[in-house]
Design a protein around this ligand. Sequence first.
Ligand code: GUN
Ligand code: FE
Length: 424
Amino acid sequence: MEEKFVLKGNICYSHNADRLECMEQGYLVCEDGRSAGVYKELPQIYAGFPLMDYGDRMIVPGLTDLHIHAPQYPFRGLGMDLELLDWLNTRTFPEEARYSDREYAGKAYRIFADDIKRGGTTRACIFGTLHREATVKLMDLMEATGLKTMVGKVNMDRNCPDFLVEESAEASIKETRLWLEEIKGRYRNTRPILTPRFIPTCTDELMEKLKGIQEQYGLPVQSHLSENMGEIAWVKELCPWSECYGDVYDHFGLFGGDVKTIMAHCVWSGEEETERLRERGVYVAHCPQSNTNLSSGIAPVRRYLDQGLKVGLGTDVAGGSSASVFRAMADAIQVSKLRWRLQDESLKPLTFTEAFYLGTKGGGSFFGKVGSFEADYEFDALVLNDSGLRHPQPLSLQERLERFIYLADERHIEAKYVAGKKVF
Ligand code: GUN
Ligand code: FE
């Protein structure tokens, strides 16, 4: 189906991390699911396209959540008094174990899919659990939302409680293959992504065999990296030969290069690991709220941007309590200020323009030409209604957008388009 139409309104989008374009009463053209550009005056060739006038509303690119755990959605906002490894054992693994129950999984994932559809996210990279059946259910539900997502069946075959573990590398691989065969050709919006949970829960044998699957199916990869000091020390114990934590993924061929890869967190990546991330083109999913809740630390995003790493934002629910990428933008700015003040004055805080870029084009680029309204970008758009956020003074368009990310929630999102299709 061809999507051809024009949206009129106050249009904001990023060219790059330092350049935000804001045009009042502009025209945004969609042709075949892609942007055909933003114009102050509508060119004659588009005059025949249907036009939707959104008046004084703002129109911005859809948001990308590079890292979220669907099965953890039920306990967001609960049990935030622990650090990562204790939190996993106490809170996370028991909840994820419930997804062996098909009925529970269906109920929980329905709530997740409904809520994500209603929010500002148009693209997301999502962890499921190790359960094949539940993960297929999650993919079916995400497909129906119309959002573009990548979803992973989690692999984990060691250092897990016996109620949530795959009994061997062999068994994990077998389930992963069955999963991939079951969903082959089944979706338009939803894609599989290989998801080894993190090194402490994946044997060398599993990682080796996952590489075989990655190559055979040409899959992208998502995992966790250098989130917490205890985790990093544990990886060093498990893999004493490694030069750094990231080196372990790299050793097994699951760390960028030809393999599209997202590593969540990278709070404590040192010089060597940072250089490896850059060289291999690995995406860093910065998850500021999770890193605060689990007392993990503050990732040096300023340094990553300066050194040319690919960076986007993740909500990391339920480490993060909010599934809003707008909230992640504000959190990214706020924690960068604390880091600057308390930890390293050489790394300046992130600006609003940079945070907006990270949540749109920065993370969106993992999906291709996504996260901007520049010509040929896929047409993901949100219509924002800030009229309920009253103010007595005049505000520029950029000020309205800045305020929106701090003050608004999904109730202020009036319409959403993904790849040219209206979701609501
Ligand atoms: N590392 C391994 N598993 C997880 C998880 O579920 N959440 C977070 N934040 N970190 C992890
Ligand atoms: Fe996570």
